[in-house]
Write a protein that binds this ligand. Structure first.
Ligand SMILES: [Mg+2]
Length: 259
């Protein structure tokens, strides 16, 4: 690439793990800001609103504004607006992100669309069985994303992506997913930085969720060895990341080498 016009960052596993900074991440972001490179943050975090994410990052030293963050909830809201305008929505999600879903009509009793956010204690047997009943009755299901897991400081957590194939198999219908790895979010985030995808770098800890889809839309992918990075996932893959670094702390040097 000739010149880096913008950088997109995944948040969880790249900048923070369990909301504590990855070593060197705060300094790396400051250095990139000092160089005047536009950036945006593309996250499948569905447990917090954009304001809450910005506040959590600020509390540990990052200077990131709510408006720079593109969440799966925001992308899903756009999707509902264009595809099911005004529909009554049953939301199953860990945490409350309804503040980032303006104009969405929530109705648990008589939904026309089911939205699945991130998995957590809300994903009970009873709740998933109800979703299955609704699917079989023809109610469309939209997943905020298809992430299979996230990493916390004491281990991995199964996410919504581990449930979707089972629901699809049992109901015989497909579930549309909106956040990463679907491509629309990457383009929306690049638009926020004003950068051409071909001159945009995407940094993530999930090879299939962050890096490969970014490379598919023409961006330069950077995989970090922090967060949910697992060497065997990369070894089993046919595709390769454009760049592999130990952590986001190495990004300023890499960007300088890219021009
Ligand atoms: Mg991540």
């Amino acid at each position: 690439m000739s010149r880096v016009e913008g950088v997109l960052f995944d948040i969880d596993g790249v900048l923070v793990t369990s909301w504590q900074p990855v070593p060197g991440a705060v300094a790396a972001l400051e250095e990139i800001r000092r160089r005047g490179v536009p950036r945006a943050f593309l996250t499948n975090t569905t447990s917090r609103t954009c304001d809450e994410i910005a506040a959590s990052l600020k509390a540990v030293g990052f200077d990131i504004r709510s408006g720079e963050i593109v969440t799966a909830a925001r992308l899903t809201t756009e999707y509902l607006r264009s595809t099911y305008p005004g529909a009554r929505v049953l939301l199953l999600n860990r945490g409350d992100v309804r503040a980032d879903m303006p104009d969405v009509v929530f109705d648990d009793a008589d939904p026309e669309v089911v939205v699945l956010g991130g998995a957590g204690p809300e994903f009970t047997h009873a709740a998933l069985s109800r979703v299955l009943d609704l699917m079989v009755a023809g109610v469309p299901v939209v997943a905020m994303h298809r992430s299979a897991m996230w990493a916390e400081s004491d281990g991995l957590r199964a996410d919504v992506g581990t449930y979707l194939p089972g629901l699809e198999e049992a109901s015989g219908s497909r579930i549309v997913s909106v956040g990463k790895p679907s491509l629309a979010g990457f383009l929306a985030a690049a638009e926020l930085t004003g950068s051409d995808p071909a001159a945009t770098v995407m940094v993530g800890d999930d090879f299939r969720g962050d890096v490969l889809p970014a490379q598919r839309v023409g961006m330069t992918g950077v995989l970090v060895r922090t967060g949910k990075f697992r060497e065997p996932v990369l070894e089993l893959a046919v595709d390769r990341p454009d760049h592999l670094v130990d952590s986001v702390a190495d990004l300023p040097e890499l960007l300088a080498s890219l021009g």
